[in-house]
Design a protein around this ligand. Structure first.
Ligand code: FMN
Length: 386
């Protein structure tokens, strides 16, 4: 079954599952500890109904959205996702290319395999860079300078990885950034020949491209990973570092991973223009609240002084519409795009975007909201508890 036959994100999910070895698929799919956060994220979206309004002219529907003074074609973008080159050779640049083609933002991960300079060449007007802070501040500041030199549009600082999470699936399957080839890993790979061939064709384990300049000269992928693991996560990364980025970076500065209203307030006070309410797709703290539940507190604390965006658990266009109705300005997708690119490379990444864009368009028509300028809380109702 080819990518073109995918009807929804769930189809891409199934196709990715079929193509990938178990350890790779489980890395994408998994949460942390008991993985209750995954259910919580999606259940929070399901709790909201859309209350349609009829006899409204919906002949023309407009989902364009202005963010940081620039218009994008849809109200969602691609969240940063690391190590995607392991799932499909060249995946980072396929995601960048698909985002540019669809005119939506692409946040390049601090754990990407391609470099931010390469992404800037593929998607010069759509690439943002996500910083994973290192315990060496000179490196972090160098990332800010490189992002400026490459002309990137925004900088995103992910703050919800102060320590390395214990993702139990990965422990069981043996997935780690420095992958050891055990007999079961080898068997897993042999049972997924399309993936294995692509992996070998792209030179085996991909490196963490952005970090190569700081690693020992001539380091191979494993050495680069081992080196990065000595610096990241940086448990001593604090608000002082945000102040430093603010001094260096003149374009929009966005904090990703905020859930508490006081943290949101502090980000605004330090001059950040954007906040992504995120729990990292339930991959860090299993007891973190669903992002949709954290959104009202953050919105109230920010009080319109910064742009509030959201991710975690979005699988349908209606999820995006519910988030916007509840006050988010923009949404990001993580797994939905990773399923697409893993299953079908550039065509798969484009398909994921196209599916969500179409769902948003049709449901805007269905709910009687021809322009996102009109969306608001009157379009949603919380379902009564059963
Ligand atoms: C495979 C994978 C890799 C990820 N890598 C990163 C990363 O490098 N940096 C980051 O800030 N978030 C990362 N995330 C989290 C996403 O940016 C995003 O917050 C999350 O996927 C949203 O939830 P969703 O997958 O339910 O859409 C990753 C998520 C996945 C699934």
């Amino acid at each position: 079954m080819g990518i073109e036959s995918a009807v929804n994100i769930e189809d891409l999910h199934r196709m990715a599952k079929r193509r990938l070895p178990r350890l790779a698929f489980d890395f994408i799919e998994g949460g942390v500890e008991d993985e209750r956060g995954l259910e919580r994220n999606e259940a929070a979206f399901q709790r909201w109904c859309i209350m349609p309004r009829y006899l409204v002219d919906v002949t023309k529907r407009n989902q364009t959205t202005t963010l940081f003074g620039r218009r994008y074609a849809s109200p969602f973008g691609l969240a940063p996702t690391g190590t995607t080159g392991f799932f499909r050779g060249g995946a980072d640049l396929a995601l960048a290319g698909a985002a540019a083609d669809a005119d939506i933002p692409f946040i390049m991960s601090g754990a990407s395999n391609a470099t931010l300079e390469e992404a800037a060449r593929v998607a010069p007007a759509h690439t943002w860079y996500q910083i994973y802070a290192a315990s060496d501040r000179a490196i972090n500041e160098n990332f800010v300078r490189r992002s400026a030199d490459a002309g990137l549009s925004a900088l995103v600082v992910t703050v919800d990885v102060p320590v390395r999470p214990r993702r139990e699936r990965n422990i069981r399957t043996g997935f780690s950034s420095s992958l050891k080839i055990t007999p079961s890993v080898l068997l897993d790979a042999m049972l997924h020949p399309a993936w294995a061939l692509d992996f070998l064709r792209h030179g085996g384990l991909p490196t963490l491209g952005n970090w190569v300049p700081y690693a020992p000269p001539g380091a191979n992928a494993r050495v680069v990973v081992a080196y990065v693991n000595t610096l990241v996560p940086a448990p001593g990364h604090t608000w002082r570092d945000i102040e430093a980025y603010r001094r260096l970076w003149k374009k929009p500065l966005i904090i990703k991973g905020i859930l508490h209203p006081d943290d949101a307030r502090r980000a605004v006070e330090l001059g950040c223009e954007g906040i992504i309410v995120s729990n990292h797709g339930a991959r860090q703290l299993d007891r973190a609240p669903a992002t949709l539940d954290a959104l009202p507190g953050v919105l109230a604390a920010v009080g319109g002084r910064a742009t509030v965006m959201i991710d975690s658990g979005i699988r349908r266009g209606t999820d995006v519409l519910v988030a916007l109705a509840l006050g988010a300005k923009f949404a990001f997708i993580g797994r939905a795009a990773v399923y697409g690119v893993s299953a079908g490379g550039l065509a798969g990444a484009k398909k994921a975007i196209e599916i969500l864009r179409r769902e948003i368009d049709l449901n805007m028509g269905q709910m009687g909201c021809p322009s996102l300028a009109q969306i608001g809380p009157d379009f949603v109702r919380e379902q009564p508890a059963r």
